[in-house]
Design a protein around this ligand. Sequence first.
Ligand code: PLP
Length: 405
Amino acid sequence: MDAYRVKAEINLDALEHNLREIRLTAGSGVRVILVVKADAYGHGAKAIANHALRCGIDALGVGTSAEALELRESGVRVPILVLGTIIDSEAADCLRHSVHIVLHSTDRAAMIQSLARSMGVRAKVHLNVDTGMGRLGVPPARALELLRLVRSSPNLDLAGVMTHVSASDGALSASTREQARLFEGVLREARAEHLLRGWIHMANSASIFTGLKPLYDTVRPGISAYGILPGDLAAAQRLQPILSLRTQIVFLKDVPAGTPIGYSSTWRAPRATRIATLPIGYHDGLPWALGNVGEVLVRGLRAPIVGRVSMDYITVDVGHVPGASVGDCVTVIGEDGAESISVEDLARQAGTIPYEITCSFGRRVQRLYVGGEDLTIPSQRDPRPLERERSPKASFRVPLPPPTS
Ligand SMILES: *Cc1c(COP(=O)(O)O)cnc(C)c1O
C-alpha cells in the first residue's frame, strides 16, 4: 500500500499552459504579477513560484510579509508585493528584504517614510485606490494628496498604482466599468501633475478573461493560473485543472440494511451494502458540508459520501463498485477513467467558492509536483532547478540572496 492518506498532485505542465493562456489573453508586453498568497491558494507557494518564474512571470503577489520572506528565503529575487495591507510590525522586514508594500493612507506613508529613512533604504510602495471594493485603499478623491506626499518623501519610491475589482464576473459587470472609470480619472489627474510612476494594475483573473480594457501595463492573476475561473465564466474552458486530490480505501465493511453510519447517524443503509472508510476529513480540506452530499471516484465509478464528514475520515457507499478493495486509490478531485470531479463541482456541492476549497487543504495533505521538465517558454531571470516538496514537512533554507528590486 502506498504511504499516503491524502495527496495533492500538482501538474506543472498545466500550470505552464495556464500561464501561457494568461499571457496570450493579457497581451504581450503586459507584466504578470502571479498571485501566490495563501500558499499559492493551497498549491504550495514555493514550488508554484519557482516554476512560474522559470515560465517567465515577472513578479509575485502575496498576502503577508511572512509569505514574502519565505519566498525570498527560497531564492526568489523578482519583485514581491504584499497585496493587501501590512500591519505596522511587518514593515521593517518588508523594507529589509525589498518587498513592495501597498499604501492606503497618509499616516502609513509617513510611518514608512520615517522607518525607511532610519533603515537607510528606499521603500517600494504601490498606491491602492478604492474604486468600489470598499475594503482597503484610499478613496479616489484623496489619491492625489497621497501621491503628492509620496513624491515629497525621499525614502518612498512609487512602484505602482493599483485598484482591485470586486465583481466575480469582471468586465461583464457594470460595477467593474464604474470602477475602471474612477481609476482612469485618478490616473488622468496624476498624469497631469506628473505624479505617475511604476506599474499600473487593476485586473485579477476574472477581469483578464472577460476582456477588461485597458489592462494597463500589469495584471494580477491568481485563480486562473490554478486552472479555475470564478463565476462559471466560459473562458475557463481554455484553462487546465492543475490539481488532483487522492486518498485510498483503508477499511471496508459489509453492513446490513438499517446500519447507521457516522456522527449523529445521519445516514442509514437503505439495503445491505459495502461501506469504505477513507482517511480524509475536514482537517484535510474536504468540506463538512459534503456529508451525505458529495461523491468520490472509486475504480472509475461515482460513489456517494454517506454520513457526515468527520475530522479525519469519510465513509462512502461502494456497494455498486465491483472488486473495491483496501488500498484502492480514490479520487476526490480529478479524473478516474471517464469520470471526473472538479474543484468547481466540489465548491458547488458544498455551497462555497473554488478559492475556499483549494485554500483549505490542511497540513497533512502531501503535495507532489509532476511535469515541468520540458519548458516551452524560455526561462528568464532566475532559472534554478525545480524544488520538489515530497511532503509538507520537507523544507530547506538557503541564505537570503540580495534582492534585485
Ligand atoms: C487575490 C488577489 C488577486 C487575484 O485574484 P484572482 O481572482 O485569484 O485572480 C488580485 N489582486 C488582489 C489585490 C488580490 O488580493
